[in-house]
Design a protein around this ligand. Structure first.
Ligand code: NOJ
Length: 528
């Protein structure tokens, strides 16, 4: 398992996110599983990725797509067994692919034995593991706080005995009390459980939310937030770092940290805390040369300050697929600005997504690919109301199902060999040209572009160190060198621009116009 820059793998890896419900179904029940992943490991090997990040595969009532975990030391029967998971880890390693598992420490499922015990008896010691509080008002029938949840819902649910418990997400996801030593000990033990099984990294869900201000103040602008990014959370990650450091072989901790202030974000990446964190700044950014350059600079600067590698993410299982985003008039993404249903030019979005792939695969740091991104899938915005599964749908009127639709592998119509049964979410019939099989032999396909780009990334010496320097070609062109002889040029203007002086063209995201780069097109060049 080689690394591109000679440093630890997580500094420069290409990491592929598998959302197991939607990758491939091996047992014909319409839901993806480990058997399906094992069958298609060859796809990931040919793509050339360095690691798989596996979204939660643990026993779960699936109130939030598996991010409501009932047992962190087992596998949900819908996905397979623990033995199969162990086999997959071995097979991935044999194919040169590392494994990252997803740990959800902020909350657990209401079906977890701890919460069931806490609910069953107000005097149970397990109550202390959560945030149970009396309600406000004479009868205690008002919520203890007016906090709004991460899905925009309320954050407290009343139990039959009259107490309320806190849940920043759905009521089926009670928040854990990270001030309690048993919670800390349990999660360190869970990390060891998976490290002992050979996993190479841990993705940490909602990493900045764990600690709460126990005095439960309201959220007031310009005062410390009661549940986001409390200073004490860093002690948790220092302890986790001691655990990961105690294992041989560069085990990595990768945080999901949504945080607008880059300095606070970078705090999570200090040398004794997490190895890396998802950078969502570019993901939310408009398709605009000035804003994108600022975002890249901001990101690199913040990471350099703490010596951490940057990460680049265009899509994941929570956000609108970027082919769709980049095909809209408003190309930004924010959970608070729902653009679902606004007109989309898929041809434009696809052209930009191809260019964005060359950008994200040539910036310094690690790059994440969300399953289906390599096929150029777009958001399915036509899921019938009654088939929506995401709990966000009910609370916000829009949801994340459209980016979670099962992958099309082959064939001319749904289920496109994803399954032999009806998939758990409907696939657009128009995906028939986007199946992995249809794209495999086509040198102009998105899949071929990703395969070529990842292979070149591995071989190009310029991409192996962390240096990057902007080249000022044109105000609406992003151009930069990596090392002495590699450059990426992305034309964000609305007219073709001349290729700069170069030795050879390594890769282009679309057809060139003679020696000019058309709008929304990127090239990789070997420089003289
Ligand atoms: C972030 C995950 O990516 C998302 O899917 C989930 O709903 C929340 N955290 C809560 O676990």
């Amino acid at each position: 398992m080689s690394t591109t820059d000679g440093g630890p793998w997580w500094r420069s890896a290409v990491i592929y996110q598998v959302y197991p419900r939607s990758f491939a179904d091996g047992n014909g029940d319409g839901v993806g599983d480990i058997g399906g992943i094992r069958t298609h490991l060859g796809h990931l090997r040919e793509l050339g990725v360095d690691a798989i990040w596996m979204s939660p595969w643990y026993p779960s009532p699936m109130a939030d797509g598996g991010y409501d975990v009932a047992d962190f030391r087992d596998i949900d029967p819908v996905f397979g067994t623990l033995a199969e998971a162990e086999t997959l880890i071995e097979e991935a390693h044999a194919a040169g692919i590392r494994m990252i598992v997803d740990i959800v420490p902020n909350h657990i499922s209401s079906e977890h034995p701890w919460f069931k015990a806490a609910l069953a008896d107000p005097a149970a010691p397990e109550r202390e593991l959560f945030w149970f509080r009396p309600g406000r008002g004479e009868n205690g029938d008002q919520m203890p706080t007016d906090w709004r949840g991460e899905f925009d819902g309320t954050t407290w649910t009343r139990t039959p005995d009259g107490a309320w418990y806190l849940h920043l997400f759905t009521p089926e996801q009670p928040d854990l009390n990270w001030d309690h030593p048993a919670v800390r000990a349990e999660f360190e033990s869970i990390l060891r459980f998976w490290f002992d099984r050979g996993v190479d990294g841990i993705r940490i869900d909602s990493a900045a939310l764990l600690l709460k201000d126990p005095t439960l103040p309201e959220v007031v602008a310009d005062t410390p937030h009661p549940f986001q990014d409390l200073d004490g959370v860093h002690d948790v990650y220092r302890a986790w770092r001691r655990v990961s450091d105690s294992y041989a072989g560069d085990r990595a901790l990768i945080g999901e940290v949504w945080m607008p202030e880059v300095e606070r974000f970078a705090n999570y990446l200090r040398p004794d805390e997490l190895h890396a964190a998802f950078n969502f700044d570019l993901l939310g950014c408009a398709w605009d040369p000035t804003l994108m350059r600022e975002s890249i600079d901001r990101t690199l600067h913040a990471h350099a300050a703490v010596g951490a590698p940057a990460t680049w993410v265009l899509s994941n299982h929570d956000v609108t697929r970027h082919v769709t985003r980049y095909g809209r008039e408003d190309t930004t993404f924010s959970f608070h600005n729902n653009l679902d249903g606004t007109p989309v030019d898929l041809e434009l979005g696809t052209r930009r997504a191809r260019a964005a792939a060359l950008l994200s695969l040539s910036l310094p740091g690690a790059t994440y690919i969300y399953q289906g991104e390599e096929l150029g899938l777009w958001e399915n915005e036509a899921i019938p109301e009654d088939q929506h599964q995401d709990p966000m749908w009910a609370r916000r009127g829009h949801g994340r199902d459209g980016c979670r639709v099962p992958l099309p592998w082959s064939g001319d119509e749904p289920p496109f060999a994803f399954s032999t049964a009806t998939p758990w979410l409907p696939q657009p019939p128009d995906w028939k040209g986007l199946t992995a099989q249809a794209q495999s032999g086509d040198p102009s396909s998105m899949l071929s572009l990703y395969r070529s780009a990842i292979a070149l990334r591995r071989d190009e010496l310029g991409l192996h160190d962390s240096a990057m320097a902007w080249i000022d070609l044109h105000p609406q062109v992003l151009a930069y060198c990596r090392g002495a002889a590699f450059a990426c040029v992305l034309n964000l203007s609305d007219a073709p621009v001349a290729l700069p002086d170069h030795e050879s063209l390594l890769l282009a995201s679309g057809p060139l116009d003679g020696d000019r780069i058309p709008p929304d097109t990127a090239v990789w060049l070997r420089m003289r």
